[in-house]
Design a protein around this ligand. Structure first.
Ligand code: ADP
Ligand code: MG
Ligand code: MG
Length: 353
């Protein structure tokens, strides 16, 4: 059923889109481009409709298609991607947004770069990792999340952004086997100059239950402190590190792919089930024995302990997680230069740590 899309949302969006931050493409170019895309096949299904591989001229692109009733989510994700300075090699590259009439229905499109390896979740099912690749996946993902979390002061600065749905399905593996952070639809922003946290209206979904931090599960998260949203992201990110580390071969041994808490909850755990496991029982994923006799994997297990502790303020910041991973990378392969991860943006060195 065709629903009328809210005109004021469209007007707001046109204004931000023409400001030239997001993709750098003016609004009209974005629309023209979107209309030249042929959808090829469905590559993913998430909470809000489907993600398609499409072709724009000879270039593959990814098109996230929202139904018009999910306008709010589309508008929010578009808005976040239009944040100044969000373009980063470890954050999914945004191209365009548009509203399309198809089969007498209005669809809302979000066009991004296409990554044929799909999500980290899918990649880990089919691939075992050596130490270097494991660290590369973890470090590049941490690098992306660090960029999101960092605020950069100044006229052309960037607000800090907390993701609120960090999980292996929302991290993509690029062809060079580094990661980028995707699915920014639930993100919250914090403008340090105004000191206010912007939580989108009509947005009560707070992520994926399996990955929810103790304070999200027991509803004790202090929503007036932006630090708290970042701390919750770090907890979820720790679970992702655990998923990746299990797939790293050491001494000829490797664990099969499993999602976090596979051993204690079912396929689609309820809020109450997760709260019992995480908050009441204080249960956390098991660190296999073999990790302790491996230099790199023991560094990872130390990071895990410090990311999923119950008290949010005791957790490492994502910036510290990145530093530890960088150190592990240097230890393992001194030839892999720091350069890849320190030159993110010269501006970042000006940002508070
Ligand atoms: P949702 O908000 O509905 O969860 P996502 O943006 O997370 O949507 O996308 C759903 C899935 O589609 C991802 O888990 C991933 O498997 C796939 N996907 C999304 N974007 C891309 C992309 N740019 N390239 C390749 N696969 C993608
Ligand atoms: Mg998703
Ligand atoms: Mg989403």
């Amino acid at each position: 059923r065709a629903t009328r899309v809210n005109e004021s949302t469209l007007a707001d969006w046109m204004e931000s889109a023409t400001s030239g931050s997001g993709s750098g493409l003016p609004f009209l170019v974005q629309r023209t481009m979107a209309r030249q895309i042929q959808l090829v096949n469905c590559i993913g299904k998430g909470r809000y409709g489907a993600v398609w591989k499409g072709m724009w001229q000879d270039e593959p692109v990814a098109v996230k298609v929202f139904a018009s009733r999910d306008e709010q989510s589309w508008a929010r994700e578009t808005e976040i991607y239009n944040t100044v300075l969000l373009r980063h090699s470890n954050i999914l590259g945004y191209i365009a947004s548009d509203m399309i009439s198809r089969n007498s229905d209005t669809e809302l499109w979000l066009v991004c770069y296409y990554h044929p390896n799909g999500s980290l979740y899918e990649y880990l099912q089919h691939n075992e990792l050596d130490h270097q690749l494991m660290l590369q996946l973890c470090l590049s993902a941490a690098n992306g999340l660090t960029h999101l979390h960092t605020d950069i002061l100044g006229v052309c600065g960037k607000a800090a952004i907390a993701h609120r749905d960090v999980k292996s399905k929302n991290i993509l593996v690029k062809s060079d086997l580094t990661c980028c952070i995707a699915d920014l639809g639930l993100a919250v922003t914090h403008n340090p100059e105004e000191g206010k946290i912007v939580i989108p209206k009509n947005n009560h979904r707070v992520g994926t239950k399996r990955y929810m931090s103790p304070e999200v599960l027991d509803e004790s998260l202090n929503t007036s402190s932006f630090e708290c949203f970042k701390q919750a992201d770090v907890y979820s990110f720790g679970l992702v590190l655990w998923e990746v580390a299990r797939r790293c071969v050491s001494g000829g041994i490797v664990e099969t792919y499993q999602p976090p808490f596979y051993d204690v909850v079912g396929y689609d755990p309820s809020f109450d089930e997760m709260r019992k496991v995480v908050c009441v029982d204080g249960y956390r994923p098991v660190v296999p024995n073999r990790w302790t006799s491996d230099d790199t994997l023991s560094i990872i297990s130390k990071i895990l302990r410090e990311t999923w502790c119950k008290t949010p303020s005791n957790r490492l910041t994502i910036h510290r997680v990145k530093k530890s991973l960088l150190k592990a990378t240097e230890q393992l392969a001194p030839q892999v230069t720091k350069q890849n991860y320190t030159d993110i943006s010269p501006l970042l060195s000006l940002a508070p740590k």
